[in-house]
Design a protein around this ligand. Structure first.
Ligand code: UDP
Ligand code: MG
Length: 350
């Protein structure tokens, strides 16, 4: 199948300590891209401060495949920011975002392109099933999507990852969002435009380990909720109102009882219960406030999202696909004046 007229395509891959899979990933990606006809294809690897051999492997791959561009970040900034750095360095009509661990099959890219050609600005991959994940993970993921859905006005489709295609204007919209606290799944939805799901089976990780453990997922969930909803703040207000109303009724009852029956000194247990309960509610309220305040503090510093240590752009379009050095071996010739000279054997010994 050919896609003539596709203009330019870029693939963005955030990578952090992926030495175990990145070669295999690129082999599969590159085989897929070879079958897609378009004017210019760029593969942007964002090295998110890996401390293994990922960067070396990427540089070696870049020698063989000039479609590769490498954005080497100055340290580990986390996936969301690495992804944003990739989008900042991807200049194409359509940009595909994909993980390096082969959970998202690169072979689906032509499907994404087809749905984009059909007039969609965002095509997002949606997992058909979460096979291979623990019950606890499934249950917490389910709960999280329900909570965020009921709290936020933006529709964040469930069971979606970052595997998706974005049109040029969708990428431009995302680039204009520079907040530090970036819940990308939410931002992808927030920009709007026509969005469509592409359902697929998500494979288990091909090698290496996931970088997301439970504490990190909790932080991630909190990020999602606080950056897409101020409902928790409103809940604090309404809980406060409700308790104040109950206290008012309670006060009236106490007043009435004191008038009718007098006021012997009693009521230590009820006093303690009321006191502890109210302190708890107040602390929760302050905590919720703190979550938002902390985020405002971070945003108000207005720092750049990331720093780039080095950016190696993709090779020119007119550069040969492979920069192979032609090494003549026995029987072959050096080319030019091969009639005049015998073949040169490299490392032949004689
Ligand atoms: N990743 C990254 N920076 C990080 C953590 C992860 O760039 O700090 C990349 C990682 O290399 C992979 C993708 O983000 O390409 C998804 O990570 P992972 O597979 O660990 O997440 P999971 O699939 O378990 O949610
Ligand atoms: Mg993964």
């Amino acid at each position: 199948m050919t896609y003539s007229g596709y203009g330019s395509l870029a693939v963005v891959i955030p990578v952090y300590n992926e030495e175990a899979v990145v070669r295999e990933f690129h082999a599969r990606l590159s085989a897929t891209l070879d079958g897609i006809e378009c004017l210019r294809t760029t593969v942007v690897y964002v090295n998110d401060g890996s401390n293994d051999h990922t960067l070396g492997i990427l540089l070696a791959l870049r020698q063989q495949d000039p479609r590769i561009a490498i954005v080497n970040l100055s340290r580990n900034f986390g996936k969301e920011i690495a992804l944003s750095a990739g989008l900042d360095h991807a200049d194409a009509d359509a940009v595909i975002v994909i993980d390096a661990d082969l959970q998202d099959p690169p072979e689906l890219i032509p499907e994404f392109l087809r749905l984009w050609q059909a007039g969609n600005d965002v095509v997002y991959g949606q997992r058909v099933s979460r096979r291979g994940e623990t019950r606890l993970k499934k249950a917490t993921a389910y709960l999280f999507y329900r909570v965020i859905q009921s709290l936020s006005r933006v529709h964040i489709p469930e069971d979606t990852g970052d595997f998706r295609l974005l049109s040029r204007r969708a990428v431009e919209a995302l680039r204009s969002l520079r907040e530090q606290h970036r819940y990308m799944k939410g931002l992808f939805s927030w920009i709007g435009y026509s969005q469509v799901a592409l359902r697929y089976e998500r494979a288990p990780r091909s090698a290496g380990a996931s970088k997301f453990n439970y504490p990190r997922l909790w932080a991630f969930a909190l990020e999602g909720i606080t950056s897409f909803s101020i409902t928790p703040l409103k809940i604090a207000t309404y809980v406060g109102l409700l308790i104040a109303a109950l206290a008012f009724i309670g006060a009236a009852l106490v007043f009435y009882k004191a008038l009718v029956y007098g006021d012997p000194v009693r009521g230590y247990p009820s006093l303690m219960v009321a006191n502890l309960f109210l302190s708890g509610v107040q602390l929760i309220g302050i905590g919720v406030l703190g979550e938002y305040l902390g985020r405002m503090f971070n945003e108000s510093k207005n720092r750049p999202l990331y720093f780039v240590d080095e950016h190696i752009p993709a090779g020119r379009a007119d550069e040969p696909r492979t920069l192979a050095i032609i090494v003549p071996d026995a029987g072959s010739t050096t080319g030019l004046d091969h009639e005049a000279r015998p073949a040169v054997r490299i490392g032949g010994g004689s």
